[in-house]
Ligand binder design. Structure first.
Ligand code: SF4
Length: 348
């Protein structure tokens, strides 16, 4: 529940005063309590009443795997017993957490392992925010360390959140928006909306709605420069083609000085040609955006290969020459199966 939903429930269902809802909200989202028994400033009678009426939705942490580059993969289990993954990615003075929004994913992008999982289920808002709380706890217990053994100032907490793990966030819209409202709430973790990014493969009707409901950053997984290519890689393109998608992006209510992140996976010999870069420049004309190029991280049996360093550099140079800010996201954590498109709920 969001804070306002919780307040309504506490007043109407439990018959308690509204300030109790604030106390419970703080316990859940600021102090990260995982049971009503832990809420020691509530009377014993109220804690019993809460326990009879509700459950604190939470995940069980099964395992933490640490990659050579410091990336950590948290393997978590849902109440229903499904395994999901979150990835903690240290990057300079930032610690970014990549959260999952679904078990598996029905979008079925051809280059992504998550899309091939047989189980498909939405995560609840509780299961989404609890990924953040598990990561915060993990960093408190085992802060990140620099190669010289020191802990950087930001090494003890998550500073940024990206909804880019398992699942298509806009295919689980209501729970994702609830989770965002909880993470942004100033009585909870009080994250800045500038530090949270939701990524979509292009569920067009939900893009504008997201911008109106919560003022977070938007990323689009474009990954192709023309429709025939995108139809093959991201089947949802057959429903909402590139022109329809670009129109939705141009109409997205972008806050002052913010830009949409355009993600583009470079697949060797498939999406990394110089002509693709030229077409991409044309597609993005007039859109306030920056481009994130992601050289493909192959997984065993993947039908695509990693692009050459020259192809990546050449592609990036074409975009930069056209005036775009380009970052090249080299794989992080690929030795533990934690890199983009490698999440499948199994320990690597
Ligand atoms: S890339 Fe994202 S949207 Fe596509 S199948 Fe994988 S998890 Fe789903």
């Amino acid at each position: 529940m969001t804070r306002s939903e919780l307040t309504g429930w506490v007043e109407e269902t439990l018959g308690e005063k509204r300030f109790r809802a604030e106390q419970i909200f703080r316990w859940l989202h600021d102090k990260r309590a995982r049971s009503f028994d832990a809420m020691t400033n509530l009377s014993k009678a109220l804690r019993v009443k809460l326990g009879d009426a509700a459950r604190v939705g939470s995940l069980t942490l099964d395992e933490v795997k640490v990659a050579a580059d410091g990336t950590r993969k948290l393997l978590l289990r849902t109440h229903a017993g499904h395994r999901i993954e979150s990835v903690v990615i240290p990057m300079g003075d930032r610690v970014t957490l990549c959260v999952s929004s679904q078990v598996g994913c029905k979008i079925g992008c051809d280059f992504c392992l998550t899309g091939r999982m047989s189980v498909r289920q939405n995560l609840s808002a509780a299961e989404i925010v609890d990924q953040v709380y598990h990561a915060q706890e993990n960093l408190t217990e085992q802060p990140l360390q620099l190669p010289n053994g020191e802990t950087p100032a930001s090494g003890r907490r998550v500073t940024n959140i990206v909804y880019m793990g398992m699942g298509e966030p806009l295919d689980n819209y209501d729970q994702v928006v609830r989770s965002l409202k909880n993470l942004l709430d100033d009585l909870g973790q009080n994250f800045s909306s500038r530090r949270i990014t939701v990524s979509t493969s292009g569920i067009v009707p939900k893009i504008g709605q997201l911008g109106r409901d919560v003022p977070v950053n938007l990323a689009i997984s474009l990954n192709a420069s023309h429709d025939a290519q995108r139809d093959r890689l991201i089947p949802i393109n057959r429903k909402w083609d590139i022109a329809t998608l670009m129109k939705a992006l141009r109409e997205f209510p972008l806050a002052h000085r913010r830009r949409i992140t355009v993600e583009y996976v470079l697949l060797d010999g498939v999406t990394d040609a110089p002509e693709d870069a030229v077409r991409l420049v044309r597609l993005l004309r007039g859109l306030r955006c920056k481009v994130n190029l992601i050289p493909f991280n192959p997984w065993p049996g993947a039908p695509y290969g990693r692009p050459t360093a020259e192809a990546v550099e050449r592609f990036g140079a074409t975009l930069r020459d056209a005036g775009y800010t380009v970052t090249i996201r080299y794989s992080k954590g690929d030795d533990i199966g934690a890199a983009c498109g490698q999440l499948d709920g199994l320990a690597a």
